[in-house]
Design a protein around this ligand. Structure first.
Ligand code: 3PG
Ligand code: MG
Length: 403
């Protein structure tokens, strides 16, 4: 049994670092995935007869205010999340308008079993991102047990995610259930995978995905590359890509990755054909072409039918699947087919017994949009954190608990 599950929180205050960095537009939460994902951890503490102090960051207030002086700290408040969470939990969530001073201390000290307090945005203080020790120590006083459930922020070595752990003894710092689930799924894919292991990597830029591809070259059987980044590979190999996305300063990198894959016996699969458009717009004229023969004035915005068949076959034979990044501009109806087909293929492979992990903002948005979120093995709440994990880096938020 895990440390968290076997811990009895009766009469204790759990200080839980969550990642409530959720999209909020005009005060309304537009995607509550990360909030829902934190509920099992919160509910277990409450069911034990403990109380909960929640802390999170939201956005990048100090950096953004510097760039856009019309913004104020109030634009970055976590208050809407307190109201939202109250509705979800059917119990009142208290809110402290600061994370370390008066209000936070008083409210945290008077919490009764079953009560929940959410602290204001940690990033109101520059000390949070700087990993300031005094700031971390002040936060640590707000709870008896430190629970890190913020997988989405585990790649940040911040006061509340890393430094704070040193103020708790080994039996009073632990992962929450979300963090445990995320780590278990990621470990299964990276270290305990059954072969064939296919990684599907998409998105716009090669430069964002070099490290993950390099690390996967030592683990995966096949790597499918789709999305805008594929066209840098095609151009590097001498293809005609028209106006498709391309990072001209990464052509050599692309060739090096292909060479390394060949040396290591990993198959890299690029989309044989593409859906092309005469402009980047939902109402563009569209057609199809071989990916190395995109006409002048046209751009590739999705993978084509041959590529779909090619990728479906590989995915269908896989026992482990990692999917990070869409195959095309799936936000536009005309260019969603490739990403939808891949989502369906991953779901089908999962139904046949493969273990599939989907992570990274856009691919998660895609499985949600097409209704496959509950048909894959695991949907990660991590964007940058998941990427860094699969780049082979040690995540500070994980290491601090294990230390
Ligand atoms: C995220 O959404 O990427 C995490 O919450 C971390 O936020 P950050 O990228 O601003 O550190
Ligand atoms: Mg980020």
């Amino acid at each position: 049994m895990s440390t968290f599950s076997s811990h009895n929180f009766a009469g204790q205050r759990a200080l839980i670092r969550v990642d409530f960095n959720v999209p909020i537009k005009n005060g309304t939460i537009t995607d509550d995935t990360r909030i829902r994902a934190a509920l099992p951890t919160i509910n277990k503490v409450l069911a034990d007869g403990g109380s909960v102090v929640l802390m999170s960051h939201w956005g990048r207030p100090l950096k953004d205010i510097e760039k856009k002086p019309h913004l104020t700290l109030a634009d970055f408040s976590l208050k809407p999340v307190a109201a939202y969470l109250s509705g979800m939990l059917d119990s009142d969530v208290q809110f402290a308008d600061d994370c370390i001073s008066g209000d936070a201390v008083t409210k945290a000290a008077s919490l009764q079993p079953g009560q929940i307090l959410l602290l204001e945005n940690l990033r109101y203080y520059k000390q949070e991102e700087k990993g300031d020790k005094d700031f971390a120590e002040k936060l640590s006083k707000l709870g008896d047990v430190y629970v890190n459930d913020a997988f989405g922020t585990a790649h940040r070595a911040h006061a509340s995610t890393e430094v704070i752990a040193q103020f708790f003894p080994g039996d009073k710092k632990m992962f929450g259930l979300l963090m445990e689930g995320e780590v278990k799924a990621a470990e299964q894919v990276l270290h305990n995978n059954q072969k064939p292991f296919t990684a599907i990597i998409g998105g716009a830029k090669v430069s964002d995905k070099i490290l993950i591809i390099e690390n996967l070259l030592d683990r995966a059987t096949d790597i499918i590359i789709g999305g805008g980044m594929a066209y840098t590979f095609f151009k590097a190999e001498g293809g005609q890509i028209g106006n498709s996305l391309c990072e001209d300063d990464r052509l050599d990198t692309a060739l090096e990755l292909l060479k390394k894959a060949q040396d290591k016996g990993v198959c890299i699969h690029l989309p044989a054909d593409s859906i092309i458009a005469d402009k980047f717009a939902a109402d563009a004229q569209s057609s199809s072409a071989l990916s190395v023969e995109v006409p002048e004035g046209w751009m590739a915005l999705d993978i084509g039918q041959m590529a779909i068949e090619q990728f479906k076959k590989i995915i269908g034979e896989s026992k482990t699947i990692l999917w990070n990044g869409p195959m095309g501009v799936f936000e536009m109806d005309k260019f969603q087919h490739g990403t939808r087909a891949i989502a369906e293929a991953v779901a089908d492979a999962t139904a046949k017994g493969a273990f599939s992990l989907v992570g990274g903002g856009d691919s998660v948005a895609a499985v949600n949009k097409f209704g496959y979120a509950d048909k894959v093995s695991y949907v990660s709440t991590g964007g940058g954190a998941l990427l860094e994990y699969f780049e082979g880096k040690e995540l500070p938020g994980i290491a601090a608990i294990k230390a």
